[in-house]
Design a binder for this molecule. Structure first.
Ligand code: F0G
Length: 468
């Protein structure tokens, strides 16, 4: 069967996976009893259903009083069916607004640059699809693969400073991003200090700072746990401090919303996003009507909104986060134990264990062009567990027949842990399977790409076969 789906884990029928499905932590949450009870109370009205009002109240409750919608002429919470639809809404509308300013490099390359501590692939794809360049400024601890640094998701503030201090470059930056936690950088958290420094820098330059807030609660847990001065705060307090730093955010509720579907984009009234782009909020409402339906349900059922409201309440609980994140940490330790080697990226992040493919295949002679990460995920599927490659295949591209890795190059396989889904003993089985393949790594062949090597988002659609 693995061969029948062209070794592509995304195409493998989920019901045929006997072990752990660690493809993603997105939308795979087991909802709590309280969430299920809320689903039954869903109000399915077309206009202004109850869940919509409750969701807006919960946004203020969770993220702080600055997120309230006081200006009744403009919406500030935009609902979408998932995170990337919110990203698409933002970049489509922003792209149109900026187009009217008539800036061009003259050589076909994008004029506008959107810096980040690490854009997720869908964010990057939406940025590029709308004519912007996304630029990842990973911090030096992440680039150096520092194993002690606690906040490897941070942005390289010095790099951002260089960019913004040059007036010619500054005018090319419409906004700045922090992804919390930094999925592309290995699920690593961003410190509150880093958020504050990036925020100060952006605001000094009159620029909006945005969060891609998918895993905001996990990020807050790391701050409370490891950043000096926050140990006496609740997670909810840390979350509010974090969200004081930004002018807007979008979130896939499929992660720390603890639901199976949902997304939102939120603008802070009076923040740099709404000040710099006064047309944006009305444009977003128009966009929502075109693609998601009435803005008060935004592509979701009323019950989905009720479930998300309840999820946002639960996700900031210490008990939940202690359990959730410590389970991921234990799983990471088991993978190293099973391999008898240090193949897991350290420290382990909040939602997933990342295997460093360069370490895993060190000395085997397999090159990037043989995509050993694809081989590894295909063989793990044979063993009953599903992981995915987030490495030179997922992030790289093929230009004119030549493979070009992402800049900076990233090369991992990810085992994402769904929330409230597996027991430790299930994850132990997955760790053992990884260990067996590590022992056999000399015998693992590379793959060749049968279809899709030059397509965008190619890892979702490609077909591969093992090399002889
Ligand atoms: N931003 C980040 C940081 C993400 O991790 C994701 C999704 C999205 C945006 C897009 O949200 O899926 O609701 O459209 N990440 C999933 C993953 C798919 O497996 O990491 P979405």
């Amino acid at each position: 069967m693995v061969e029948a789906v062209g070794l592509n884990v995304f195409k493998f029928p989920a019901r045929m996976i006997p072990g752990c499905d660690l493809l993603t932590d997105s939308g795979t949450t087991t909802m709590t009893m309280r969430q299920w009870s809320q689903l039954l109370l869903g109000d399915e009205s077309y206009g202004s259903n109850e869940g919509y009002f409750e969701f807006k109240e919960q946004v203020v409750e969770t993220f702080g009083p600055q997120w309230e919608n006081l200006d009744k002429d403009f919406e500030n919470v935009f609902l979408f069916h998932q995170g990337r639809a919110a990203e698409n809404g933002l970049f489509t509308c922003l792209g149109r607004i900026l187009e009217t300013r008539g800036k061009s490099t003259g050589d076909g390359r994008p004029w506008y640059i959107i810096p980040s501590n690490g854009h997720f692939d869908t964010t990057m794809a939406n940025i590029e699809a709308n004519g912007f360049e996304g630029r990842n400024l990973f911090c030096k601890e992440a680039l150096a693969k520092d194993r002690q640094a606690r906040f490897k998701g941070n942005m390289d503030v010095a790099g951002l400073e260089v960019l913004l201090d040059d007036p010619k470059m500054r005018e090319r930056v419409p906004l700045v991003y922090l992804t919390i936690t930094n999925n592309t950088g290995g699920g690593q958290p961003v410190s509150l200090e880093n958020m504050r420094r990036v925020s100060e820098l952006c605001h000094t330059h009159g620029l909006p700072l945005m969060f891609d807030a998918c895993r905001f609660a996990e990020n807050a847990w790391f701050i409370r746990q490891f950043e000096q001065g926050h140990q006496d705060r609740s997670i909810a307090e840390v979350v509010r401090l974090m969200f004081e730093q930004v002018d807007g955010f979008h979130i896939s509720l499929k992660k720390d919303g603890l639901v199976n579907i949902g997304g939102a984009l939120v603008a802070k009234e009076g923040g740099f996003l709404s000040k710099n782009y006064p047309e944006l909020q009305a444009a977003l409402t128009g966009h929502q009507v075109l693609v998601e339906g009435h803005p008060t349900y935004g592509g979701l059922a009323g019950r989905d909104l009720k479930g998300a409201v309840e999820g946002l309440k639960t996700v900031v609980s210490r008990g939940f986060l202690d359990y959730r994140i410590s389970q991921v940490q234990r799983f990471g330790a088991r993978v190293d134990e099973a391999c008898g080697a240090d193949v897991v990226i350290k420290p382990v992040g909040g939602h997933a264990v990342y295997l460093d493919l360069d370490k895993f295949f060190e000395g085997t002679g397999l090159s990037d062009e043989q995509f050993p990460g694809i081989s590894l995920t295909a063989l793990l599927l044979v063993a009953g567990h599903r992981l995915c490659e987030l490495g030179v295949y997922a992030f790289g591209r093929n230009v004119g027949g030549k493979e070009v890795p992402s800049e900076p190059r990233v090369n991992n396989v990810r085992a994402a842990v769904p929330r409230l889904c597996y027991e430790d003993i299930d994850l132990r089985a997955a760790a053992e399977a990884i260990g067996v393949l590590y022992e056999q790594r000399e015998g693992i062949p590379g793959v060749e790409v049968e279809y899709g090597q030059d397509l965008p988002m190619r890892h979702f659609v490609s077909r591969f076969r093992f090399k002889e």
